[in-house]
Design a protein around this ligand. Structure first.
Ligand SMILES: [Zn+2]
Length: 196
């Protein structure tokens, strides 16, 4: 096969290696049919299925490519031992805490929401591709949002997510790093602890 034919095949993957310059960890950038994906994979990375997923409180938040790169670089520098991956999808998805999910409570009155009622609302929201997250509470009869409900443990909705594999919650710089991420993305950040 000649080289000209091979080129479009490589272009399909459009991988970009940012390189290890100035002590900046290597981030691999990939354009997928779903959107842009950035990945930092250190040799020490482990995978147990547990992860910390960082999302914006606003499900429709779309960072610029520059923000995505800066966010991954900052996190990879702060946490060099974890695999860190950011994904930007065209549609909002539900970020589930897996087996950490216990119950859903009304953020307006605090009462527990019956699972069947919540699932029905999730089904409706799903048919709108999670564009409409409106939720009518039965406990206190108010209009709310599925995004604002009190999930225990926290869950959320997002187009953009950053996943840190096997993240150790006791790392003492966490609050500082989240603060830095919030400033970088100009968004309030929500932490979803995923346990599978
Ligand atoms: Zn209520």
């Amino acid at each position: 096969m000649n080289r000209i034919l091979l080129l479009p095949i490589f272009a399909l993957f459009s991988l970009t290696h940012c390189g290890k310059k100035d002590g900046v960890p290597e981030i691999v950038e990939k354009t997928t049919p779903e959107g842009l994906e950035l990945r930092y994979t250190p040799a020490k990375a482990t995978y147990s299925g547990n992860a910390l997923v960082l999302i914006a409180r606003d499900p429709n938040f779309v960072p610029s490519q520059l923000q995505q790169r800066k966010a991954l670089h900052m996190l990879a520098k702060s946490y060099p031992d974890y695999e860190i991956r950011s994904v930007l999808r065209p549609q909002v998805t539900f970020i589930d805490s897996g087996s950490n999910f216990e119950s859903v409570h009304c953020n307006l009155c605090g009462k527990e929401i019956p699972t069947a009622h919540w699932q029905e609302a999730m089904g409706r929201a799903y048919t709108s591709a999670f564009n409409d997250l409106s939720f009518q509470t039965v406990c206190c009869n108010q209009k709310g949002s599925l995004n604002d409900l009190d999930y225990r443990m926290p869950c959320g909705f997002a187009k953009y997510e950053i996943r840190l594999e096997d993240f150790d919650s006791s790392t003492n710089r966490n609050a500082e790093v989240i603060q830095e991420l919030q400033q970088l993305l100009k968004q309030e950040i929500k932490l979803v602890w995923v346990h599978n």
